[in-house]
Design a protein around this ligand. Sequence first.
Ligand code: ADP
Length: 300
Amino acid sequence: KGPDPDLVAIAERMATVKHKILVLSGKGGVGKSTFSAQLSFALAAMDFQVGLLDIDICGPSIPKMLGLEGQDIHQSNLGWSPVYVESNLGVMSIGFMLPNPDEAVIWRGPRKNGLIKQFLKDVYWREIDFLVVDAPPGTSDEHISIVQFLQATGIDGAIIVTTPQQVSLIDVRKEVSFCKKVGVEVLGVVENMSGLCQPLSDFKFLRLTETGELVDVSETVTKFMREKAPEMLNLVASSEVFDSSGGGAAKMCREMGVPFLGKVPLDPQLCKAAEEGKSCFGDPKCRVSAPALKSIIEKL
Ligand code: ADP
């Protein structure tokens, strides 16, 4: 029996891709796609040639996070052409193929695997430095498929995104052990939504009345600060949103012997940038989250 023709075709396609990075998470909603999107923006801003492949087939949020909603992919004699955000940042997602973005994709494993295979075989990425793969949450069929399909050409490693609380970290342990089993190096773990952090001037101030109502007193408080202590308006306030008394991702990384890459705060401005499909780097409003993300990316 000769080599699997699909794997041969994938290996040929991947010959023009220097590095392949998987972005994983144990749970949904922890910021995996946000991280994949911002990582791709950052690499592109460093003048690398970047491809972002979204294989989160049941919840493709990458087109929106890159500002590409409603775009179509095109086919040429070289294969499916990604949608370009910039000349050095191409994106491929099932989101581009769905006639209605509100439609749920209910596919069984084999069909999902078929599409992943097709993405790897048929997308013409040109010569790129990085292919960032945004995987679905968990360790399902799609993960085994992508690892199997890419194994022949090598995967540089995986970045795992989590929130600080125990329920999310338990699933990260599963993710780490999955990587170890299939022989994918864990490049590190990112603790996202690690405390709400925002300039004091962006907060609303509310007074709790005796009847339990919240009354907006922001104007009075801001006026007071401006007059009495203007330097306070430059302070950044932070609050632990999730219970990280268990030591968070840093402790788990020490226990599991994988690198801890750092924390990204819960920053409403980052959420806004993601909603608008923009890079947080160079956005002065993302002054809390952008430096945190930058220092993580520099460690890779
Ligand atoms: P996942 O891919 O893990 O399901 P998403 O990346 O879609 O999660 O993030 C879920 C939501 O949380 C999105 O609206 C996103 O913009 C927001 N979000 C992610 N990380 C942060 C953060 N650090 N600060 C604020 N909002 C965030």
